[in-house]
Design a protein around this ligand. Sequence first.
Ligand SMILES: [Fe+2]
Ligand SMILES: [Fe+2]
Length: 321
Amino acid sequence: MQKQLMEYKTGEKVLGFFLLKTSVLRTSNKGGEYLDMVIADQSGDMIAKVWDLNNPDVQQARDITGRQVVKIKAVITDWNGQRQAKIQKIRKITPEDPVNTEELVPSAPMDGKDMYREILEKARAIGDPDFRTLTTALLEENRERLEYFPAATRNHHAVKGGLLYHVYRMLLTAEAVCGIYPVLSRDILYCGVILHDIAKLDEIDSNELGMAENYTFEGQMLGHIVQGIKIIDAKCRALGTPDEKRVMVEHMILSHHFEPEFGSPKKPMFPEAEMLHFLDLMDARMYDIEKSLEGVAPGGFSDKIYSMDNRKMYKPVFEEE
Ligand SMILES: [Fe+2]
Ligand SMILES: [Fe+2]
């Protein structure tokens, strides 16, 4: 297996097959054209640049669009404390190239089909028939895409199966907190957890490798909160869900980002909605922290975490007994 992208240090030369996630032609301050890329493998992604487009070694570069495997020769440079690949050679792969695309795709630690099965089982265990029917119906209708969909284009859970992994770990935490706070209804909370990001399926434009380059048109204009409310509204009306329950599920989706500047026009107004917000935030943050610490040596700090106000995380030297 080739060396993982995240293992490369500044100054090192890179040679191998990588996923090209995105490639955008830009103009520099001096007026020259260059390509701004994101390359990736299972270990994570990195910004990459093709500066000299007249170089014959990169003649294919302009025609290579994102979301495919490429062979790259590059050198790792440092830009503002972040590693960046300066591409010296790039080409498309051919059928003769010894590369397995599946092995390059960053994926959630669990298989999509397994996660789907476990989540569906928990949805079927919801006691209230209205919340149960709504939740299982939407899971079953979207099974295929759920099994590979990422939860983001960058940052938390931007991997194959990331959306279900996010929901799955939130459900485990939901189960635990329901045992601690009797005020919480497990039925409502499970329904909210499973459905809170369901509209990411329509917000994000992802291929079957779970590689999301962009948001859809509707996703950019409306976002998964408003899109989610539309889905719940239509489904509840088709199923004949009582109004109070429909509005409560819609409110959980509406308020789960908590702050108006993050897309929530209302703050949570019942205990399960409040808890849903905490579970969502906790899972996103813990994921980013886990990712940032991968490959950090004991006694060292992670790179700055963009999604967490550029905080760094420390990895201790001591070992647990
Ligand atoms: Fe969300
Ligand atoms: Fe979420």
